[in-house]
Design a protein around this ligand. Sequence first.
Ligand SMILES: *Cc1c(COP(=O)(O)O)cnc(C)c1O
Length: 400
Amino acid sequence: MSSSKVNRIPGRRFLHSPGPTPVPDEVLWAMCRQPMDLADPRVDSTIAACEAGLKRLLGTEQGDVFLYASNGHGVWEAVVENLLPLGGAALVPGTGHFSESWAVQTEALGRRVVRTPWIEGLPIDEAAVVQALRADTAREIAAIFVVHTDTSSGVTTDLASLKRAVDATGHPALFVVDVVASLGAAPFSMDALGADVVVGASQKGLMCPPGVGLIAVNPRAMAVSQANPAPRFYWDWVRRQSELSYRKFCGTAPQTLVAGMQVALDLLFAEGLEAVFERHRRLSGAVHAAVQAWSSAGALGFFCQVPQARSVSVTTVTVPPGTDVDALRSVARERFQVAFAGALGPLQGRGFRIGHLGDQNPASILGCLAAIEAAMTVQGIRFGPGGVEAAVQSLKDWPA
Ligand SMILES: *Cc1c(COP(=O)(O)O)cnc(C)c1O
């Protein structure tokens, strides 16, 4: 008889990737349930509660909400398939690896993409967007796909300003916004902004496990989808406009995840959305204070060069050439129980990313920053002193 080795690690492991994010206990408990018969009215009421909660969170009264058993890439695909005919074009303003990934996916689906250049460290280049729209005299661009917070670069674009600039061109393209990384972390209102379509996912600011994608569609975009001859089935919005949950999801709903989402939305509203956003502002301020201190040695730095464009969800920290970021992450994760993310795409190896969105508090942020300092010390990475102290200073006025 061999005795099994117990591998339990005491205490909580901290998750500071910018998605997936930690799932609150209340959400986990809500998912501890048996699946239900498809005709059970509790399935419908759970879905209806999520739809209503998401409309409130997204700030829309006129939009239809569609939920998908998918991740963020799934809802990107839904946008392309519903809004663009085959051969149709979208404008994708460059803001980092995520805007580029959406552009590549759009092209893979047989559509054309007009890009504005991604300027490293900066938000979307408004002037370049305006120029691209003005140059489109044939009005071939049917939609603009805007990533609000690019999770790779840690840059948030001022959507209201961008939308004003777009409107001033008189170009009729639909304004489509990806709030996957900012929903539930930064203020957003679909109707006030005048966005036509908004996409999000469950595993970031919504504090749920991965697996549910969401889309809100206003009547103007719905009409475009209705008129779009491109073949589609699973992703089709018109097909999903139904009272029947089996139709809403084009098949069986991910009941367990939806049950979790209902509770996650309740948690956000119970805290109060303004309080949720303020918490994210303060916690991100603490992370930014630490990174500022780390950068005083000249080796580390902010990827985002515009302080007011630094995301409340995720901070991308640059490292000197030759730094083994994967080894740093392994040390932090395996020795100090804090998981954070590497940099993506063209930034791979040039930095790391600290997620500070979702179910986070001062303890989790201070623990995360201290563990990163510990891991950098182990790895011999040079960083300016006083990062944790700076974070403490920035959090000392935390409301009781
Ligand atoms: C995470 C993310 C996505 C992709 O979501 P997946 O669920 O990984 O497919 C898309 N856009 C943004 C801004 C993201 O942060």
